[in-house]
Design a binder for this molecule. Structure first.
Ligand code: SF4
Length: 467
């Protein structure tokens, strides 16, 4: 096992502002709206054009920052980060943005994604004398930038980015510039907006709505966007690019009020539900969705099937997301604390229960049991993603192959294990149709099909398959 890779397995959210006097405050609100992407740590770095100053901590945005601490972050440019990390990958030192000071100036970095060649690069850099302060792959970029032989920062950054493989959306800030970079496959969403004369950048467009910013466009795969007082400059650090955005962003990760590549996430999920109603027509009395990420798909299923949508499951909103918590025991405990079945809705009823995914199967089994204990006579499970058979190497914690229930079990075997009366997963074609696509071009489907958009390095493979 390669312990350093553990810390690389993360899904995060990033937010940046250039040219606004309330940069830290806007970043606080932006990060708050991206909190679903990571709850284990958060930080903000500001530039007052003379120096960079940062503050970070473990916990939620509202736990780490308050009115007084935000007031201390003076400057008209800022970048911020919310972090999710698996067990062993947490710790204060890994909370971002990472901030580096040197004689030539300061550099702050915030990263969403996962590099698949981080270990190879780390070994190479350590061989050249680099000393790493964190176990996060984000730091690799800082060392590559500083070791680049180029004299201008833009060239140093472009050269460093061209050596990275995997998924990355980066915000890189110096005293005088904010740089925004997206990997050549554009695996993670990243959008540009404006607020008056200021520019904002965020992992999801829901953050623009919160701060009152206007969406301009998505960052392009392989693009390095440089924002400074002269305006915007778009450069490319990769000539060969093929968009392969993560389909799980639409299914599970992003907020329903976000738009990715012009597609509203709620609408995409609703379409997936409608598609499932065609693929899995079921005689039932009520349709319910597992809150929150499956409600849109459940509404779509109910609408297309002509079966009433009901709130058969209630979520305790003050408990963190199941998928986000690091250990199996915490995940199982989380489900018990988080969800309740509404007896008055499901008792004596045949229930269609819509969920977004089955990862290990334990959560689905627990929810089916909850509904049956509350008196449901039948529970038919429909899933708005295809079976997850393979791990994700690009920053979403779908676990090792052995932990994925669909990796070696048939749909019928999974149905039996979760105790459902029937089980249907959306087909890959159906999912693409729900996204308005005929083929699979432009999307990553690695965890469903095993076809990944990038080369996967042997040490990374070893970790994910033997974890
Ligand atoms: S492998 Fe799956 S979860 Fe990972 S980026 Fe691709 S679609 Fe998303």
């Amino acid at each position: 096992m390669l312990p350093e890779i553990k810390g690389l397995n993360e899904e995060c959210g990033i937010f940046g502002v250039w040219g606004h006097q309330d940069a830290a405050q806007l970043t606080y609100y932006g990060l708050h709206s991206l909190q679903h992407r990571g709850q284990e740590g958060t930080g903000i770095v500001v530039s007052d054009r003379k120096t960079l100053k940062g503050m970070k901590g473990e916990g939620l945005v509202s736990e780490v920052f308050n009115t007084n601490t935000i007031k201390e972050l003076v400057g008209d440019a800022a970048i911020g980060h919310v972090r999710y990390a698996t067990a062993g990958g947490g710790g204060y030192e890994n909370v971002q943005p990472l901030l580096f000071h040197s004689q030539t100036g300061s550099l702050a970095l915030a990263h969403n994604g996962n590099l698949v060649n981080a270990n190879s690069l780390k070994h190479q850099l350590e061989g050249q004398g680099s000393i790493f302060q964190t176990s996060s792959d984000t730091e690799v970029l800082a060392h590559l930038i500083r070791r680049s032989g180029y004299s201008h920062l833009n060239d140093q950054v472009k050269n460093a980015l061209s050596m990275l493989k995997g998924a990355y959306a980066y915000l890189i800030m110096t005293e005088n510039e904010l740089m925004v970079a997206l990997d050549p496959h554009g695996l993670r969403p990243l959008s540009l907006g404006c607020l008056g004369d200021a520019y904002v950048v965020a992992s999801e467009t829901c953050a623009f709505d919160v701060v009152g910013a206007e969406y301009i466009r998505d960052i392009m795969p392989g693009e390095l966007l440089i924002i400074n007082d002269k305006g915007l400059t778009s450069e490319r650090f990769a000539m060969s690019t093929t968009r392969a955005i993560c389909t799980m962003e639409y299914i599970y990760f992003s907020r329903p009020d976000s738009n990715i590549q012009g597609i509203n996430v709620h609408t995409a999920r609703k379409n997936m539900g409608k598609q499932l109603a065609m693929e899995a027509p079921i005689e039932a009395d009520v349709v319910t969705g597992v809150p929150d990420s499956s409600i849109s798909a459940a509404i779509g299923y109910a609408e297309a099937a002509g079966i009433p949508y009901e709130m058969g499951l209630i979520k305790n909103k003050y408990v963190g997301r199941t998928f986000i918590q690091p250990s199996q025991s915490l995940r199982e405990q989380g489900v018990k604390m988080k969800l309740s079945a509404v007896r008055g809705v499901v008792e004596g009823k045949r229930v269609v229960m819509v969920d977004d995914s089955i990862v290990r199967g334990t959560t689905s089994r627990r929810i089916v049991t909850l509904l049956k204990e509350a008196g449901a006579t039948e529970v038919h499970v429909v899933i708005s993603s295809p079976p997850i058979k393979n791990p994700c190497f690009y920053g979403i914690d779908t676990s090792s192959k052995e932990e994925l229930i669909a990796s070696d079990k048939s749909v019928e075997q999974i149905r039996e294990l979760i105790g459902a009366d029937s089980l249907t997963f959306i087909s890959v074609e159906g999912m693409m149709r729900a996204l308005g696509q005929e083929g699979t071009n432009g999307y990553c489907l690695g965890c469903f099909t095993g076809n990944y958009p990038t080369e996967i390095y042997p040490d990374t493979l070893q970790y994910y398959y033997q974890k």
